[in-house]
Ligand binder design. Structure first.
Ligand code: UD1
Ligand code: CA
Length: 452
């Protein structure tokens, strides 16, 4: 196969989005529209990817900084043919050029691969539509060979009846493409350079024109407004949900799941309604996720149960833990096996060893906690003096009474017991009871004030 060059057209303003953001930077399933296209293109291992941008200043190139795409500004925008012309200096003569659209986000690399397999001529991606209005029509001769594409605005009533439409996506031999692009004229009803005019030129040059259909129709749906964006988001989430169901994941309701990244599940995973998974999330075997949890960039090991309304971000959770309801694991949390984290407990940048528990209303930050520790309700680590952060070390088998403040840096030695209501500012000795609490007293005969 010849090397591949990819051109992604992304110069459109997206007037109908009513947004100050360029259209292709709106997100679907957590990624910008153009990033989806770039990811599909990258799977074909192309020689290069050229993004044609226009509106929004440098916003499009900046958003794709991490990729090795090249960027060309198209200013003014004189049509799809003019857009591809801007990429010509970056295209190598011996290659094939694939034209994609930054606002057609769900094109799959499998479909693009089918186009590559179809031959070395001009390959058009087409679909048959019940209602083809608005699209360019694929015109064929009596032998069913493609002869040209006619845009809706230039079409006769007879041509408007054709249901095979141009998706816009095409693959062309680059050397010929350059020649055809140079010959484009604007003698049409929109006064634009039409990329589609290269089809007639290919026919005239005796270059075979072939058509390929996408595996799924949603792959070629373009986004022009927020309504189409919302519909395509739901379509994609349904695809993701059914992929998970067919792998054996139990979803309480496939219509109430949002995967904004990559979700990998082991066997017998159960996910209740309303959960959102962001970036890369891995759930081990027999993991249960309760309703309305948000889990981002985290790994949860076998047999762990996450109760409803928990929020887990950039954390690693071990086997058989019990998390939530209403728990919050912030970045840098590492829980070993059998750890319990209950309601309104926040943990940040902390490691908690096996079988330790913080079941109610706590803040554990910048802490290293040993095994079998019991953290009483309302305990907090005071890790921040307003300028710097300090670590708290809690060794194995510590018991911390309720409503305790541990002022870091501090070490609670193994086997320590801390009396409830203490403020601990110095290291504690092992296996002893330590408490800091004023003595309880009673004032005999004291009278409550009475209303005058
Ligand atoms: C185009 C096709 C039409 C096809 C339809 C599918 C042409 C002439 N027509 O029509 O056959 O059925 O797509 O949706 O190609 N763009 C630029 N720079 C420009 C013009 C457009 O980057 O100067 C980008 C737009 O941002 C958009 C895409 O190219 O993402 C398509 O442009 P648009 O004007 O929407 O083309 P259509 O008229 O829909
Ligand atoms: Ca369009």
């Amino acid at each position: 196969m010849k090397p591949l060059n990819v051109v992604i057209l992304a110069a459109g303003k997206g007037t109908r989005m009513y947004s100050s953001k360029p259209k292709v930077l709106h997100t679907l399933a957590g990624l910008s529209l153009v990033q989806h296209v770039l990811n599909s293109a990258a799977q074909l291992l192309p020689q290069n990817i050229v993004v044609i941008y226009g509106h929004g200043g440098d916003a499009v190139p900046l958003s794709l900084q991490a990729t090795n795409a090249q960027f060309v500004l198209q200013e003014p925008q004189l049509g799809t043919g003019h857009a591809v012309q801007q990429a010509m200096p970056h295209l190598s003569d011996g290659s094939q050029t694939l034209v994609l659209y930054g606002d057609v986000p769900l094109i799959q690399h499998t479909t693009l691969h089918k186009m590559q397999q179809a031959g070395s001529g001009l390959i058009l991606l087409t679909v048959n539509m019940e209602n083809p209005s608005g699209y360019g029509r694929i015109v064929r001769d009596a032998q069913h060979n493609v002869t040209c594409i006619v845009e809706e605005k230039d079409a006769s009533d007879e041509i408007k009846l054709i249901q095979e439409v141009n998706t816009g996506i095409l693959l062309a031999p680059t050397l010929q493409l350059k020649k055809w692009l140079s010959a484009l004229r604007t003698n049409n009803n929109q006064g634009e350079y039409y990329l589609t005019d290269i089809v007639g030129m290919a026919v005239a040059d005796g270059i075979p024109v072939q058509t390929v259909q996408p595996t799924h129709e949603w792959e070629i749906h373009g986004i022009n407004n927020k309504s189409q964006l919302a519909v395509l988001e739901r379509t994609w989430q349904q695809v993701e949900a059914h992929r998970l169901l067919l792998q054996g994941v139990t979803l309480a309701d496939p219509a109430r799941l949002d995967v904004r990244g990559k979700l990998v599940c082991g066997r017998d995973v159960e996910i209740d309604v309303g959960c959102i998974f962001e970036e890369s999330v891995t759930l081990g075997n027999n993991v249960q996720i309760g309703a309305y949890c948000i889990i981002k960039n985290s790994t949860i090991a076998d047999g762990t149960k996450v109760a409803p309304y928990s929020h887990i971000d950039s954390s690693i959770v071990g086997d058989k833990c019990l998390i939530g309801p209403y728990a919050r694991l912030r970045p840098g949390t590492r829980l070993h096996a059998d750890v319990h984290v209950g309601n309104f407990v926040e943990i940040k940048n902390s490691e908690i060893a096996q079988a330790s528990k913080a079941n109610h209303l706590s803040y554990i930050g910048d802490t290293t906690m040993g095994r079998r520790v019991n953290v009483g309700a309302g305990t907090i680590t005071c890790n921040y003096d307003g300028a710097n952060k300090f670590r708290t070390i809690i060794e194995d088998d510590v018991f911390i009474g309720s409503d305790t403040q541990l002022v870091a840096p501090v070490t609670i030695s193994r086997g320590s017991t801390i009396g409830a209501g203490s403020t601990i500012t110095r290291n504690t000795p092992p296996d002893e009871l330590t408490l800091s609490r004023s003595k309880q007293m009673t004032i005999n005969g004291w009278q409550r004030p009475k209303k005058k």
